[in-house]
Design a binder for this molecule. Structure first.
Ligand code: RIB
Ligand code: CA
Length: 306
Protein backbone atom coordinates (compact mmCIF):
# COMPACT_ATOMS: atom_id res chain seq x y z
CA UNK A 1 0.00 0.00 0.00
CA UNK A 2 1.26 3.51 -0.86
CA UNK A 3 2.08 5.30 2.40
CA UNK A 4 1.13 8.93 2.98
CA UNK A 5 4.32 10.91 3.72
CA UNK A 6 4.12 13.09 6.84
CA UNK A 7 6.34 15.30 8.98
CA UNK A 8 5.43 15.39 12.69
CA UNK A 9 6.24 18.64 14.50
CA UNK A 10 6.06 17.87 18.20
CA UNK A 11 6.82 18.79 21.83
CA UNK A 12 6.73 15.42 23.63
CA UNK A 13 4.76 15.43 25.80
CA UNK A 14 3.00 12.28 26.95
CA UNK A 15 0.07 12.62 24.56
CA UNK A 16 2.56 13.40 21.78
CA UNK A 17 4.34 10.10 22.56
CA UNK A 18 1.13 8.13 22.01
CA UNK A 19 0.39 9.96 18.76
CA UNK A 20 3.95 9.35 17.52
CA UNK A 21 3.70 5.63 18.39
CA UNK A 22 0.51 5.22 16.36
CA UNK A 23 1.95 7.13 13.39
CA UNK A 24 5.23 5.19 13.39
CA UNK A 25 3.55 1.77 13.48
CA UNK A 26 0.77 2.59 11.05
CA UNK A 27 0.73 0.86 7.66
CA UNK A 28 -0.63 3.97 5.98
CA UNK A 29 1.84 6.65 7.08
CA UNK A 30 5.52 7.25 6.36
CA UNK A 31 7.10 9.54 8.97
CA UNK A 32 9.80 11.34 6.94
CA UNK A 33 10.99 13.61 9.76
CA UNK A 34 10.24 14.44 13.38
CA UNK A 35 10.87 18.09 14.18
CA UNK A 36 10.84 19.37 17.74
CA UNK A 37 9.77 22.72 19.14
CA UNK A 38 9.68 24.26 22.61
CA UNK A 39 6.21 23.84 24.05
CA UNK A 40 5.27 21.48 26.85
CA UNK A 41 8.82 21.79 28.17
CA UNK A 42 12.10 23.19 26.82
CA UNK A 43 13.48 22.40 23.37
CA UNK A 44 16.29 20.29 24.80
CA UNK A 45 13.86 18.22 26.88
CA UNK A 46 11.32 17.65 24.11
CA UNK A 47 14.11 16.71 21.71
CA UNK A 48 15.58 14.30 24.25
CA UNK A 49 12.11 12.78 24.64
CA UNK A 50 11.66 12.34 20.89
CA UNK A 51 15.06 10.64 20.68
CA UNK A 52 14.25 8.41 23.67
CA UNK A 53 11.06 7.23 21.97
CA UNK A 54 12.84 6.42 18.69
CA UNK A 55 15.59 4.58 20.58
CA UNK A 56 12.95 2.64 22.52
CA UNK A 57 11.45 1.41 19.25
CA UNK A 58 14.77 1.23 17.38
CA UNK A 59 13.33 3.49 14.66
CA UNK A 60 15.98 5.64 12.89
CA UNK A 61 13.57 8.43 11.91
CA UNK A 62 15.57 11.65 11.51
CA UNK A 63 14.98 14.25 14.23
CA UNK A 64 15.69 17.96 13.87
CA UNK A 65 15.58 20.60 16.61
CA UNK A 66 13.58 23.74 15.89
CA UNK A 67 12.63 26.88 17.74
CA UNK A 68 13.56 27.13 21.39
CA UNK A 69 10.95 29.84 22.03
CA UNK A 70 7.86 31.35 20.42
CA UNK A 71 8.17 34.13 17.82
CA UNK A 72 7.16 36.87 20.24
CA UNK A 73 5.29 35.44 23.25
CA UNK A 74 7.12 34.43 26.44
CA UNK A 75 7.69 30.64 26.63
CA UNK A 76 5.08 28.64 28.53
CA UNK A 77 5.49 25.32 30.27
CA UNK A 78 3.25 22.29 30.82
CA UNK A 79 5.48 20.39 33.24
CA UNK A 80 2.47 20.20 35.56
CA UNK A 81 0.74 18.03 32.95
CA UNK A 82 3.61 15.93 31.58
CA UNK A 83 6.11 16.00 34.45
CA UNK A 84 9.30 18.09 34.65
CA UNK A 85 11.04 15.98 31.97
CA UNK A 86 8.03 16.41 29.71
CA UNK A 87 7.58 12.64 29.63
CA UNK A 88 7.70 11.40 33.24
CA UNK A 89 6.83 7.89 34.33
CA UNK A 90 9.11 5.55 32.41
CA UNK A 91 12.84 4.94 32.73
CA UNK A 92 13.90 5.11 29.08
CA UNK A 93 17.36 3.97 27.98
CA UNK A 94 19.66 6.85 27.03
CA UNK A 95 18.60 8.43 23.75
CA UNK A 96 20.53 7.50 20.65
CA UNK A 97 21.62 10.89 19.28
CA UNK A 98 22.65 9.44 15.92
CA UNK A 99 19.15 10.27 14.64
CA UNK A 100 19.65 13.93 15.51
CA UNK A 101 20.34 16.05 12.43
CA UNK A 102 22.77 18.94 12.67
CA UNK A 103 20.43 21.24 10.72
CA UNK A 104 17.67 23.40 12.18
CA UNK A 105 14.21 21.82 11.92
CA UNK A 106 13.01 24.54 9.55
CA UNK A 107 15.88 23.84 7.14
CA UNK A 108 15.36 20.09 7.53
CA UNK A 109 11.62 20.42 6.80
CA UNK A 110 12.35 22.52 3.72
CA UNK A 111 14.97 20.05 2.46
CA UNK A 112 12.67 17.06 2.98
CA UNK A 113 9.85 18.87 1.20
CA UNK A 114 12.04 19.85 -1.76
CA UNK A 115 13.60 16.36 -2.04
CA UNK A 116 10.22 14.65 -2.03
CA UNK A 117 8.71 13.57 -5.32
CA UNK A 118 5.24 14.17 -3.83
CA UNK A 119 3.55 16.62 -1.51
CA UNK A 120 3.94 15.98 2.21
CA UNK A 121 1.39 16.46 5.00
CA UNK A 122 2.61 18.45 8.01
CA UNK A 123 1.26 17.21 11.35
CA UNK A 124 1.98 19.81 14.04
CA UNK A 125 0.94 18.60 17.50
CA UNK A 126 2.70 21.45 19.32
CA UNK A 127 3.05 25.24 19.12
CA UNK A 128 3.28 26.35 15.48
CA UNK A 129 6.55 28.28 15.71
CA UNK A 130 8.52 25.99 13.35
CA UNK A 131 5.74 25.91 10.77
CA UNK A 132 5.45 29.71 10.75
CA UNK A 133 9.22 30.08 10.39
CA UNK A 134 9.20 27.58 7.49
CA UNK A 135 6.50 29.58 5.67
CA UNK A 136 8.31 32.89 6.20
CA UNK A 137 11.84 31.67 5.40
CA UNK A 138 10.84 29.45 2.46
CA UNK A 139 7.58 30.71 0.88
CA UNK A 140 7.89 28.16 -1.94
CA UNK A 141 7.61 25.36 0.63
CA UNK A 142 3.84 25.80 0.30
CA UNK A 143 3.96 24.14 -3.13
CA UNK A 144 5.10 20.86 -1.54
CA UNK A 145 2.71 20.83 1.44
CA UNK A 146 -0.40 18.68 0.91
CA UNK A 147 -2.21 19.77 4.05
CA UNK A 148 -1.49 20.89 7.63
CA UNK A 149 -3.33 18.58 10.06
CA UNK A 150 -2.87 20.10 13.50
CA UNK A 151 -3.92 19.53 17.06
CA UNK A 152 -4.72 22.93 18.47
CA UNK A 153 -7.29 25.59 19.11
CA UNK A 154 -10.77 25.50 20.58
CA UNK A 155 -14.31 26.19 19.41
CA UNK A 156 -15.34 26.97 22.97
CA UNK A 157 -13.11 27.49 25.97
CA UNK A 158 -9.41 27.04 26.64
CA UNK A 159 -7.09 24.78 28.58
CA UNK A 160 -4.30 27.34 29.00
CA UNK A 161 -6.02 30.70 28.48
CA UNK A 162 -9.63 31.28 29.47
CA UNK A 163 -10.59 30.96 25.81
CA UNK A 164 -7.38 29.57 24.29
CA UNK A 165 -5.76 26.17 23.84
CA UNK A 166 -2.15 25.53 24.91
CA UNK A 167 -0.45 25.10 21.49
CA UNK A 168 -2.01 28.25 20.06
CA UNK A 169 -1.59 30.22 23.30
CA UNK A 170 2.13 29.39 23.29
CA UNK A 171 2.60 31.18 19.97
CA UNK A 172 -0.45 33.09 18.69
CA UNK A 173 1.54 34.97 16.02
CA UNK A 174 2.87 31.72 14.57
CA UNK A 175 -0.63 30.25 14.51
CA UNK A 176 -1.95 33.33 12.73
CA UNK A 177 0.72 32.93 10.02
CA UNK A 178 -0.29 29.28 9.54
CA UNK A 179 -4.07 29.86 9.38
CA UNK A 180 -3.57 32.81 6.98
CA UNK A 181 -1.11 30.88 4.76
CA UNK A 182 -3.61 29.66 2.22
CA UNK A 183 -2.46 26.07 2.81
CA UNK A 184 -5.37 23.68 3.57
CA UNK A 185 -5.55 23.36 7.35
CA UNK A 186 -7.34 20.69 9.36
CA UNK A 187 -7.84 21.61 13.00
CA UNK A 188 -8.42 19.06 15.77
CA UNK A 189 -9.39 21.36 18.64
CA UNK A 190 -9.93 20.79 22.34
CA UNK A 191 -13.59 20.09 21.63
CA UNK A 192 -12.66 16.69 20.18
CA UNK A 193 -9.61 16.20 22.42
CA UNK A 194 -11.84 16.46 25.47
CA UNK A 195 -13.83 13.49 24.18
CA UNK A 196 -10.84 11.42 23.02
CA UNK A 197 -10.45 9.67 26.36
CA UNK A 198 -8.62 6.77 27.96
CA UNK A 199 -10.15 5.51 31.23
CA UNK A 200 -8.50 3.32 33.91
CA UNK A 201 -9.96 0.14 32.44
CA UNK A 202 -8.42 1.07 29.10
CA UNK A 203 -5.03 1.81 30.66
CA UNK A 204 -5.02 -1.69 32.16
CA UNK A 205 -5.70 -3.17 28.71
CA UNK A 206 -2.88 -1.02 27.26
CA UNK A 207 -0.52 -2.30 29.96
CA UNK A 208 -1.04 -5.86 28.73
CA UNK A 209 -0.23 -5.00 25.11
CA UNK A 210 3.46 -5.75 25.37
CA UNK A 211 6.57 -3.61 25.78
CA UNK A 212 5.10 -0.43 24.24
CA UNK A 213 1.90 -0.93 26.21
CA UNK A 214 3.83 -1.16 29.45
CA UNK A 215 5.74 2.02 28.60
CA UNK A 216 2.60 3.95 27.67
CA UNK A 217 0.82 2.69 30.79
CA UNK A 218 3.72 4.01 32.90
CA UNK A 219 3.52 7.40 31.16
CA UNK A 220 -0.26 7.59 31.56
CA UNK A 221 0.12 7.13 35.31
CA UNK A 222 2.00 10.46 35.38
CA UNK A 223 -0.05 12.25 32.72
CA UNK A 224 -2.34 14.97 34.16
CA UNK A 225 -4.22 15.84 30.97
CA UNK A 226 -7.61 14.98 32.44
CA UNK A 227 -8.24 12.66 35.36
CA UNK A 228 -8.76 9.05 36.29
CA UNK A 229 -12.51 9.50 36.69
CA UNK A 230 -13.08 11.86 33.75
CA UNK A 231 -10.60 10.10 31.48
CA UNK A 232 -7.15 11.05 30.17
CA UNK A 233 -7.28 13.27 27.08
CA UNK A 234 -5.51 11.98 23.97
CA UNK A 235 -5.31 15.40 22.34
CA UNK A 236 -2.49 14.77 19.87
CA UNK A 237 -3.78 11.36 18.76
CA UNK A 238 -6.78 13.21 17.30
CA UNK A 239 -4.55 14.64 14.56
CA UNK A 240 -3.29 11.14 13.69
CA UNK A 241 -6.82 9.75 13.95
CA UNK A 242 -7.97 12.28 11.36
CA UNK A 243 -5.33 10.96 8.95
CA UNK A 244 -6.06 7.29 9.59
CA UNK A 245 -9.81 7.23 10.35
CA UNK A 246 -11.42 10.53 9.31
CA UNK A 247 -14.89 9.02 9.68
CA UNK A 248 -14.42 9.36 13.43
CA UNK A 249 -15.06 13.08 13.08
CA UNK A 250 -17.78 15.56 12.22
CA UNK A 251 -15.99 18.16 10.10
CA UNK A 252 -17.07 21.65 9.03
CA UNK A 253 -15.24 23.90 6.58
CA UNK A 254 -15.10 27.42 7.93
CA UNK A 255 -13.00 30.53 8.42
CA UNK A 256 -10.70 30.47 11.43
CA UNK A 257 -8.84 33.54 12.65
CA UNK A 258 -6.35 33.71 15.52
CA UNK A 259 -6.58 36.50 18.07
CA UNK A 260 -3.07 37.84 18.74
CA UNK A 261 -3.57 41.19 20.46
CA UNK A 262 -6.15 40.69 23.23
CA UNK A 263 -4.53 40.90 26.65
CA UNK A 264 -7.01 38.30 27.89
CA UNK A 265 -7.72 36.48 24.62
CA UNK A 266 -4.44 36.15 22.70
CA UNK A 267 -4.28 32.59 21.30
CA UNK A 268 -8.03 32.26 20.88
CA UNK A 269 -9.03 30.53 17.63
CA UNK A 270 -12.10 32.32 16.32
CA UNK A 271 -13.97 29.73 14.23
CA UNK A 272 -16.62 31.64 12.29
CA UNK A 273 -19.05 28.73 11.93
CA UNK A 274 -21.98 31.06 11.16
CA UNK A 275 -20.09 33.20 8.61
CA UNK A 276 -20.44 36.56 10.34
CA UNK A 277 -17.00 37.66 9.07
CA UNK A 278 -17.88 36.86 5.47
CA UNK A 279 -14.47 35.33 4.79
CA UNK A 280 -13.80 32.29 2.57
CA UNK A 281 -13.18 29.08 4.51
CA UNK A 282 -9.51 28.34 5.34
CA UNK A 283 -9.91 25.39 7.72
CA UNK A 284 -11.62 22.03 8.08
CA UNK A 285 -12.59 22.01 11.74
CA UNK A 286 -13.28 18.76 13.58
CA UNK A 287 -16.39 19.80 15.48
CA UNK A 288 -17.19 16.43 17.06
CA UNK A 289 -15.85 12.89 17.47
CA UNK A 290 -17.38 9.45 17.91
CA UNK A 291 -15.94 8.72 21.35
CA UNK A 292 -16.61 4.97 21.36
CA UNK A 293 -15.19 4.51 17.86
CA UNK A 294 -12.13 6.61 18.83
CA UNK A 295 -11.46 4.45 21.88
CA UNK A 296 -11.71 1.26 19.81
CA UNK A 297 -9.44 2.77 17.15
CA UNK A 298 -6.84 3.92 19.70
CA UNK A 299 -6.66 0.58 21.50
CA UNK A 300 -6.39 -1.40 18.26
CA UNK A 301 -3.74 1.01 16.94
CA UNK A 302 -1.70 0.70 20.15
CA UNK A 303 -1.88 -3.07 19.94
CA UNK A 304 0.17 -2.81 16.72
CA UNK A 305 2.89 -0.67 18.33
CA UNK A 306 5.51 -3.26 19.11
O1 RIB B 1 -3.68 21.51 24.41
C1 RIB B 1 -3.14 20.24 24.16
C2 RIB B 1 -1.82 20.33 23.48
O2 RIB B 1 -0.90 20.98 24.34
C3 RIB B 1 -1.21 18.97 23.17
O3 RIB B 1 -0.42 19.07 22.00
C4 RIB B 1 -0.32 18.71 24.36
O4 RIB B 1 0.80 17.88 24.05
C5 RIB B 1 0.15 20.09 24.68
O5 RIB B 1 1.26 20.37 23.85
CA1 CA C 1 1.87 18.25 21.98
Amino acid sequence: MKKRPIIIDTDPGIDDAIAIAIALFSEELEVKLISTVAGNVSLDKVTNNALKLLAFWGRPVPVAMGADRPLLAAPLDAGDIHGSSGMDGYDFPDPDRSNLLGEHAVNAMYRVLKESGEKITLVPIAPLTNIALLLRMYPDAKEKIEEIVLMGGSLTRGNKGVMSEFNITCDPEAARIVFESGIPVVMAPLDVGWKALVHPEDSVRIKDMGRTGEMIYALLRKYRGGGLKTGLRMYDSCAIAYLLKPELFEVEETYVAVETTGSLTAGTTVADLKGYLKQPPNTKVCTDINTGMFKDWLLSALKRCD
